[in-house]
Design a protein around this ligand. Structure first.
Ligand code: KG4
Ligand code: ZN
Length: 342
């Protein structure tokens, strides 16, 4: 079984992981603090930070696992979707290393990896935790919101997705409107835990089929805060917990109502969530509540595998290596790479 070094650099996390015999040995992540003062990821700063971090992160992963360059059978890297400058840093590094060691390169789609994060086998794996095929995966990240039918490791189909903002963006933009620092999602989650979710109401945006739209709720939220501040200049500070709980409740409801609809339409009762927003405690709690009522088999990833990480890249790489699915020497990153495999 192969030993593979996996690299993730699609957005603002530089990460490296090692996998051997299908088991993830470690998952080193350097998060970039450079963007906080700008209120969002600045692409040029992200690629420079990846350049600073990548050697350090890879070195730490190799050292901690006790693995030397000559032990590696392949190098895997995120090829997209993501920020072009960020992807280029990871891909150039991975290509260079693979060529110099004369070993194959494996290209991984970031969204594919979020879905397969459920199969990461590490020291903490709970034996009965693996989803059975087919399952429905709601992938909710900072750039994507997708409903995916997962028939096998390499056989997936997107049956619904956002037509504008992603769920993570909805959280981050709501936080920004309230004056909270980037990334706001985890902060909204934290304040929401102390708040009353029924206090403020926000509109849903109906979309045809199983698609999502979050731009309407963002605009409604902007006006809601503006109107609140007209009456009380400290409106946000005075009501922070209730505002966070109410907006989180609405975003979670928008996500889970589509997931329920997808389950009804496909007849699938095996359900998973993945991506950064799957770390949200409100989403995790509400999924468990609804899922128990509807008798779903539910799969919720460990916190460390929700947000961007190289362990999930390693998982896809392991499966692609088994299939001999190696990258061509002239492969290049694609910012809006899609991952449907059928
Ligand atoms: O998957 P991810 O790490 O990166 C992308 O591929 O985009 O997702 C990042 C997103 C950000 O929008 C962040 O605010 C959101 O996930 N996020 C959360 C939470 N933790 C991360 N949103 C709500 N609640 C959380 N606890
Ligand atoms: Zn991601």
């Amino acid at each position: 079984m192969p030993t593979i070094l996996a690299i993730e650099s699609s957005c603002d996390e530089t990460s490296a992981a090692l996998i051997t015999h299908g088991k993830v040995l470690n998952n080193i992540i350097a998060s970039q603090a450079d963007h906080v003062k700008y209120g969002g990821v600045v692409p040029e700063l992200a690629s420079r930070a990846h350049q600073r971090n990548i050697v350090v992160v890879v070195d730490e992963a190799m050292r901690k696992a006790g693995i030397k360059n000559e032990d590696l059978d392949a190098v895997a890297v995120t090829m997209g979707p993501g920020l072009m400058g960020s992807l280029l840093v990871g891909v150039s590094f991975a290509k260079g290393l693979a060529v110099s060691l004369n070993i194959p390169l494996l290209e991984v789609n970031h969204m594919h990896a979020h879905v397969l994060s459920h199969f990461i086998f590490d020291d903490h794996l709970k034996e009965n935790a693996l989803p059975e095929f087919p399952f429905l995966c709601l992938t909710v990240s900072g750039g994507h919101t997708q409903l995916v039918v997962v028939r096998d490791f390499l056989d997936m189909e997107i049956i619904g997705e956002t037509q504008d903002d992603a769920a993570g963006e909805a959280f981050d933009k709501a936080a920004k409107i309230m004056g909270l620092p980037y990334p706001g999602g985890p902060l909204v989650d934290r304040y929401a835990q102390e708040g009353d979710a029924s206090r403020f109401k926000f509109p849903d945006t109906e979309m045809p089929g199983l698609d999502f739209s979050f731009s309407g709720i963002k605009t409604a939220f902007l006006y809601f805060i503006r109107d609140g501040k007209e009456k009380d200049s400290h409106f946000v500070e005075h009501n922070l917990n209730d505002i966070c709980a109410s907006i989180q409740h609405k975003i979670v409801d928008m996500l889970l109502s589509r997931l329920e609809k997808a389950c009804r339409q496909t007849g699938i009762k095996n359900v998973a969530i993945a991506g950064g927003v799957s770390a949200n405690s409100g989403l995790r709690k509400e999924l468990k509540k609804r899922g128990e009522k509807l008798r779903w088999q539910m799969h919720i990833p460990d916190f460390q595998y929700c947000t961007d990480n190289a362990a999930m890249i390693a998982m896809v790489a392991h499966i692609k290596y088994r299939n001999g699915d190696f990258a061509a020497p002239d492969c290049a990153p694609v910012a809006n790479l899609r991952f449907e495999t059928r």
